[in-house]
Design a protein around this ligand. Structure first.
Ligand code: 2U9
Length: 345
């Protein structure tokens, strides 16, 4: 067999064999088999010694052409294998869009946060600013500047957790109003609500908690009157409990307001006819309020001859319990997921 025939045969054989190769690993083996040092060409090269000097260049050219052709088959097969691998991977990783998706639990705001946000929104709508302050307070801001000097009997109702003789866990958010008045350098008008956590020494039961949330409001201006207070609280009651609600004020006592009132809202359950929620009276007590005591204005640097103001305070848990029919204040804090999950928005 001539050298040329041997080369053609080898090339043809390589072409057929390389077409059958299915992986990169096999392709590397094929490359070694045909083009490697000890590969198929080694035999042919040994025929070189039997050739004349004239025949050798033509032989070299033919050998080279055969090698280039075989390298071409290897390259073509590599493209085919690469494509096959990618297709196989795509097939494996394809997504079945008709499969149901993974369910993600979306968290909700705690019901107390929802009610606080609702109350904040309604007062912001009336031009109020929201102010916050520290839960650990000094006696001076929590009591003294609110017309509750040491040994005042009204302090008994607001016994609390003391850190030192002069620092304590605040019993109401009123010190935030005090801080706002003190910080107001030009002693101009104020219109704020102050939401936050407060603490009192109490025996916990269905309606009492040693820790609860309050929202208090304070308006200070030159002509603020009881009529403004009543209009403001009526608007708030209607937004919170429905447009049909009415309010009534009953005389009361707080050291920081004079006169003071307790505020009832007509029952949202029976429209004032009398039911078990309003204990047959048609009215439900929801907040306390009054005209800011002159001593309180003066203690924070306001001229009580020029300024007057009104203030109000409410317990957020009580509002939430009335709105949503919750019968135990402890439910807000015991973190039973079945309770929390009921108040999805
Ligand atoms: C300043 C001046 C006056 C805040 C007020 C009430 C009436 C009130 C209670 C409601 C239920 C507390 O959460 S509760 O137990 N609050 O009745 N709070 S007037 O008066 C202020 C506050 C700050 C400087």
């Amino acid at each position: 067999m001539s050298v040329k025939q041997r080369l053609l045969e080898l090339q043809e054989h390589a072409k057929e064999q390389i077409k059958l190769v299915k992986s990169i690993h096999e392709l590397n083996d094929a490359k070694a088999k045909y083009l490697g040092k000890k590969g198929a060409f080694a035999d042919i090269m040994s025929m070189m010694k039997d050739l004349t000097n004239e025949e050798r260049p033509a032989f070299g050219k033919l050998t080279n052409e055969a090698k280039v052709a075989i390298q071409g088959y290897l390259d073509e097969q590599k493209i085919i294998i690469d494509e096959f691998i990618i297709n196989e991977q795509l097939e494996k990783e394809s997504i079945d869009v008709s499969m149901p998706g993974k369910k993600f639990e979306v968290g909700k705001k705690h019901i107390l946060t929802q009610v606080i946000n609702e109350i904040e929104d309604l007062f912001i709508g009336m031009g109020y600013e929201v102010m916050e302050g520290p839960e650990v307070e000094i006696d001076e801001y929590n009591f003294e500047k609110l017309n509750l000097p040491k040994n005042h009997p009204a302090r008994d109702m607001q016994d609390t957790f003391y850190i030192t003789d002069e620092t304590l866990l605040r019993t109401h958010t009123s010190p935030v109003q005090v801080r706002t008045m003190l910080a107001n350098e030009n002693k101009g008008p104020i219109k704020i609500i102050c939401p936050g956590k407060v603490f009192r020494r109490d025996d916990d039961d269905a309606t009492h908690s040693h820790q609860f949330m309050q929202i208090e409001g304070l308006v200070v201006d030159e002509t603020t009157s009881m009529a403004d207070l009543k209009g403001t609280l009526l608007a708030a009651a209607k937004k919170l409990f429905g447009e049909k609600r009415e309010i009534r004020l009953r005389p009361s006592y707080f050291p920081f307001t004079e006169p003071s009132v307790e505020v009832d809202v007509s029952c949202h359950n029976c429209n004032g006819k009398g039911c078990n929620i309003c204990k047959g009276t048609g009215w439900i007590e929801v907040l306390g309020a009054g005209i800011v005591n002159d001593n309180v204005l003066e203690a924070s640097g306001y001229d009580s001859k020029k300024y007057q103001g009104f203030a109000f305070g409410m317990g957020v848990e009580r509002i939430a319990m009335l709105k949503y029919g919750i019968n135990d204040i402890r439910s807000f804090y015991t973190n039973d997921i079945r309770f929390i999950k009921q108040f999805k928005k």
